[in-house]
Design a protein around this ligand. Structure first.
Ligand code: ZN
Ligand code: ZN
Length: 365
């Protein structure tokens, strides 16, 4: 038994072979007063895991344990933790720490995800502001355990199975937050671009919130899935002039597209009502190609959004439990081979619509 001194995880140790992980043991950052230790039961594979592991965004520090859609059981709580006790079933997403100070313009307004001192769940070092945790390395969820500040830990509703809920902790909240912040609800026309790990949630949430949902995908392949997920309209953007019938109709668009290649942003902007926003939650590795002229016809704007707040995460999990919403997922037992298969599936967009690693008990001591 290595815990609590060390955790075990499947780590990328060679960037030239980024899908080939190695089971390593590592020391977690110090156990602080507000920390919760989670013994992991399931972890989704997010597009961010692939972008990070493959050095698509920048060169990560090694060894690297990715994974930030974690569900498991609490095995230890710090002396100041109030909301959790040992044995609770909990989850954590893509953030494990922020300053949470009343003087912080982000943290004091339920925008802890924009805290200048925030700590990502992996490939991140705790900043000096984190006191005795400073210098500690954050490691992700393809692991036996994870250590998280209680503010970034969430109770999981009993009715949601591990595999069905894990992807909500990043993909789910990433799409839920911009939908609610921009008023998705009855009478509101929302565009959802791209159907994948993020996008399939955008459609389910928009529908559950009562909006009229327009789904955009390049071809016809995903038409049936789009309607199953809750689309009211489906637009195949492979056809020239696809935007003509819906020009100036949509209140806002949430885009999960994660590639900017051949992406016709100008045509999407033309679908927005005056002042409408195109919100990109996908993070393409290359910039969008758009000129200022594309915004002038309807005063549209290009925006983004990152994860969501603690209150939004709680609302989202409640909504999922009430409406029986589940991630469309393909479970794979965690192991070096399983991680490789999952990362490759995700990299090639060959999954409907999220791989979730499970059977952690068999992989770790
Ligand atoms: Zn993610
Ligand atoms: Zn802050």
């Amino acid at each position: 038994m290595v815990y609590p001194k060390t955790f075990q995880g499947f780590a990328i140790t060679d960037l030239s072979k980024w899908t080939e992980t190695e089971l390593i043991e590592y020391e977690p950052k110090v156990f602080d007063d507000y920390d919760v230790d989670i013994k992991i039961d399931a972890c989704g594979i997010c597009g961010s895991d692939v972008h990070t592991a493959s050095s698509g965004w920048n060169t990560p520090a090694l060894p690297l344990v990715v994974g930030h859609e974690v569900v498991g059981k609490v095995v230890a709580v710090g002396p100041k933790v109030t909301e959790f006790k040992v044995g609770d079933r909990v989850g954590c997403g893509a953030q494990v720490w922020a300053c949470l100070k009343k003087t912080c313009p982000a943290c004091s307004t339920d925008n802890e995800v924009y805290c200048p001192h925030w700590v990502d769940t992996y490939n991140c070092t705790y900043p000096p502001e984190s006191g005795k945790s400073a210098g500690g390395k954050a490691m992700g969820g393809y692991a036996s355990h994870i250590r998280v500040h209680e503010y970034f830990t969430f109770h999981i509703p009993e009715s949601l199975k591990n595999e069905d809920v894990a992807p909500m902790l990043c993909a789910g909240i990433t799409t839920y937050s911009p939908l609610v912040r921009n008023g998705a609800g009855p009478g509101v026309k929302v565009g959802c671009v791209s159907i994948g790990g993020l996008g399939h949630f955008a459609i389910m949430w928009a529908k559950a919130l009562g909006a009229e949902v327009y789904v955009f995908s390049r071809g016809e392949k995903k038409r049936e899935d789009a309607f199953k997920l809750g689309a009211d309209h489906y637009i195949a953007t492979g056809e020239k002039g696809w935007n003509e019938p819906i020009k100036m109709k949509l209140d806002f668009i949430v885009s999960s597209a994660n590639s900017s290649e051949g992406f016709d942003l100008g045509s999407y902007l033309s679908c927005l009502k005056v002042g409408g926003k195109f919100i990109s939650v996908g993070l393409p590795e290359k910039p969008f190609n758009v000129g200022p002229g594309s915004f002038i016809a309807n005063a549209s704007s290009l925006s983004s959004s990152h994860l969501g707040s603690r209150p939004e995460m709680k609302e989202m999990l409640k909504l999922a439990a009430e409406k029986g919403i589940k991630a469309w997922n393909e479970p794979i037992a965690i192991s070096a081979a399983g991680v490789k298969e999952g990362l490759e599936k995700c990299h090639h967009n060959n999954v409907k619509y999220r791989v979730v690693l499970n059977e952690f008990d068999k992989a770790f001591d």
